[in-house]
Write a protein that binds this ligand. Structure first.
Ligand code: AMP
Length: 280
């Protein structure tokens, strides 16, 4: 496994691989890897000859006062996990080399970036689209693997890829969960025992929403109300949003439809912000 820190070296390497006809699969991450991240690398194994996993805690997607400084970092552990998972190249650039002094260009996706997570994090998706455009230019992937865990991010990046004519196919990986249902996230490491207990109401409410739907309850309001009731049991939870939307447009729905409706939620448990979702 190769570990590349230099942006130029990564660019030269990926261009060479492409000129040799190799198919590159890219898994962009911010590190502190868990099984969810690694499952994304597995998804592209059969489709790509070279798997690049990038580890970059992108400062432009954090607003001032968010958790950029304390975001968990453990590169040695991450590299060992990547080696075990047969990742070919780990790209670990430094911030000052991704954002050169005086950089003044951003990518803004305007249709899907402003609602939901964009309401409480107005600059977040601009940071995501900008860094992903850069990673795509540097790593030249044929395929990019993204997690359904960040459903809005998937929608925003799909739109950017289409709008900016990136010749890239997207593969979406399912949400990987802990045994008790909590969606895996690097931010789970922040949770105290009490907070983690309450956080379980989030995944349980999504399961409850799915159960109600499968038992013939299709009115969105009824499903959302029942879910809120359950979430309210978590005294440490401050729900930011809970909405059932069309998964392609993120427009609110009135009646849930199989494989089309998506339950989205974001909440703070104590001061830890968590997101999760469930396709019906
Ligand atoms: P992050 O390191 O949080 O930026 O995530 C990097 C990628 O891993 C994104 O595409 C996420 O959607 C994906 N991801 C994060 N958590 C999970 C999970 N629990 N299951 C599957 N994919 C995930």
């Amino acid at each position: 496994m190769q570990v590349i820190h230099s942006v130029d070296e990564m660019h030269r390497t990926s261009e060479k691989l492409r000129s040799e006809g190799r198919t590159i699969g890219l898994v962009p991450t911010m590190g502190s890897l868990h099984q969810g991240h690694l499952s994304l690398a597995d998804l592209v194994k059969d489709r790509a000859n070279t798997i690049i996993l990038s580890i970059f805690i992108n400062p432009t997607q954090f607003a001032p006062g968010e958790d950029l400084e304390k975001y968990p970092r453990d590169l040695d552990r991450d590299l060992n996990l990547c080696k075990d998972r047969k990742v070919d190249i780990v790209f670990v650039p430094e911030s000052k080399n991704i954002y050169l002094e005086g950089h003044s260009t951003s990518v803004i996706e305007e249709r899907f970036s402003s609602g939901f997570c964009g309401l409480s994090r107005p600059s977040h998706f601009q940071g995501v689209t900008t860094v992903c455009a850069k990673l795509f230019n540097i790593c030249c992937p044929n395929i990019v693997v993204l997690g359904q865990k960040d459903a809005q991010q998937v929608l925003v990046l799909k739109q950017m890829i289409k709008d900016l004519n990136f010749p890239i196919e997207i593969i979406i990986g399912d949400i990987f969960r802990e045994d008790d249902g909590l969606a895996m996230s690097s931010r789970n490491a922040y949770l105290t025992r009490e907070q983690r207990k309450d956080a379980l109401f989030l995944s349980q409410s999504l399961q409850e929403g799915k159960n109600l739907f499968e038992n013939g309850i299709f009115e969105i309001e009824r499903i959302e109300d029942k879910m809120r009731e359950l979430i309210n049991k978590g005294k440490l939870i401050n729900l930011e949003y809970l909405k059932i939307v069309n998964r392609e447009t993120f427009e609110p729905e009135k009646i849930a439809v199989q494989n089309q409706s998506l339950i989205l939620l974001a909440a703070r448990v104590g001061d830890v912000r968590l997101i999760d979702n469930q396709v019906l």
